[in-house]
Design a protein around this ligand. Structure first.
Ligand SMILES: *Cc1c(COP(=O)(O)O)cnc(C)c1O
Length: 387
């Protein structure tokens, strides 16, 4: 063959590839098919790489196993998974009942994109009794969206009761299960139709990759989710799928440590004079502790606390004095992080007044004594700022 052809088609390696314990990162848009009939035989062959190749198949099987599902779709981020699932099951004229404590970009998707396609979102207070939420269901309400615990303020929802309510009214139920990492709580086992999580958080676990998933058991629901991904052309990179598989291997261990470290810091915060309240569902003082104990097998490292009322500068002084704990969004990685939540609470429809600044902490895998020492330095700066 001529030189230009040989550059395009170098000799293939001979013999079979060595067997490694991890899957091969198979990359490809084009898939070579054995004969003309196979080109259009989508049932028997993977005919194109956009829907995923071998490494994606390994990840999908692991995620189905994790959440005891029969089908899963992968999305390029958690936000894409939330939006993709909602677009897949709703249509123009429908109404969506959305928890008021949803992750803020979920709310933005509803208010901007869903609204533009004629889908109306009605927000509900997640602390209302199930019967009261039932009263909000109208003739056009097609779906109930849950997030438990809620973002930033950690309210627990009675998920089994709400899933049963949705089913009894012919609605679908969806949940953002990111806090549990699909591991500490299994929503499909209590009747939820679609469980979504940002794999970006604990499954990835190292703050270096984006991905989302939506799992289901019902064939019709699964088909709708799949059509949504196919139609919108979403695809995730093989390297990122590999990173998620690697994260899953240590998920159980990491969640145990995040949970223990988080509770240790939360208990310490409960004893601090500067703290008005600690919002952590695994603390017996939490109003939703019983639900957490009934439904969850553990806690992650994410919770919030309320600072006693002080000048606004005092909160900034607290955050700015932290050295080990980084200031940054996202969570689920190995590292401890903090944010103040008040600017995000303003968009809520039923925002409680917490009686002071709300600070969210992600407790990482560091030694809790070092995290506590850092928080102590923060409180010293806070007292100076408040003085
Ligand atoms: C971070 C997060 C998401 C979105 O995940 P991304 O991968 O960052 O898009 C969705 N839901 C919750 C609760 C989150 O915390």
């Amino acid at each position: 063959m001529k030189p230009s052809t040989r550059l395009v088609h170098p000799p293939a390696p001979s013999g079979s590839a060595p067997q490694t314990v991890n899957p091969v990162i198979q990359k490809g848009s084009t898939v070579l098919l054995p004969d003309a009939a196979a080109l259009y035989d989508d049932d028997a062959y993977v005919t194109y790489g956009r829907g995923g190749l071998s490494v994606h198949e390994v990840l999908k099987a692991a995620l189905c196993d994790l959440e005891q599902a029969t089908a899963v779709e992968l999305y390029p981020s958690g936000v894409a998974a939330v939006g993709g699932a909602l677009l897949a099951v709703l249509q123009a004229g429908d109404e969506l009942l959305m928890t008021d404590t949803a992750y803020k970009p979920t709310r933005r998707f509803c208010d901007r994109t869903l609204a533009r396609f004629g889908i109306q979102t009605r927000y509900y207070d997640p602390t209302l009794p199930t019967e009261t939420i039932a009263g909000l269901i109208g003739p056009r309400t097609r779906a109930l969206f849950l997030e438990s615990p809620g973002s930033l303020s950690f309210e627990m929802q009675d998920v089994p009761a709400l899933a049963a309510l949705a089913r009894s009214r012919g609605m679908l139920s969806l949940i953002d299960n990111t806090w549990a990492a699909g591991h500490l709580f299994k929503p499909l086992n209590v009747g939820v139709d679609i469980s979504i999580q940002a794999l970006t958080k604990y499954v990835g676990g190292h703050s270096d990759a984006f991905m989302g998933s939506a799992v289901s058991r019902d064939r019709d629901v699964a088909a709708r989710l799949h059509a949504g991904v196919v139609d919108l052309g979403w695809s995730v990179a093989a390297e990122d799928a590999y990173v998620m598989i690697r994260g899953l291997r240590t998920l159980d261990l990491r969640m145990q440590r995040h949970g223990e470290n988080g509770l240790r810091v939360a208990r310490w915060l409960e004893g601090r004079a500067e703290v008005a309240a600690v919002l952590h569902p695994a603390l017996p003082t939490s109003p939703a502790h019983e639900i957490w104990r009934r439904d969850f097998t553990g806690a992650c490292g994410l919770f919030a606390f309320v600072l006693k009322p002080a000048p606004p500068d005092a909160t900034a002084a607290f955050l700015n004095a932290l050295e080990l704990i980084g200031l940054g969004f996202s969570w689920g990685g190995f590292e401890s992080l903090a944010i103040d939540c008040d600017p995000q609470l303003k968009v809520r429809s039923f925002c409680k007044h917490y009686g002071g600044a709300l600070v969210r902490l992600h407790i990482g895998l560091e030694d809790p004594a070092d995290i506590i020492a850092d928080l102590e330095a923060g409180f010293a700066a806070y007292r100076d700022g408040a003085a």
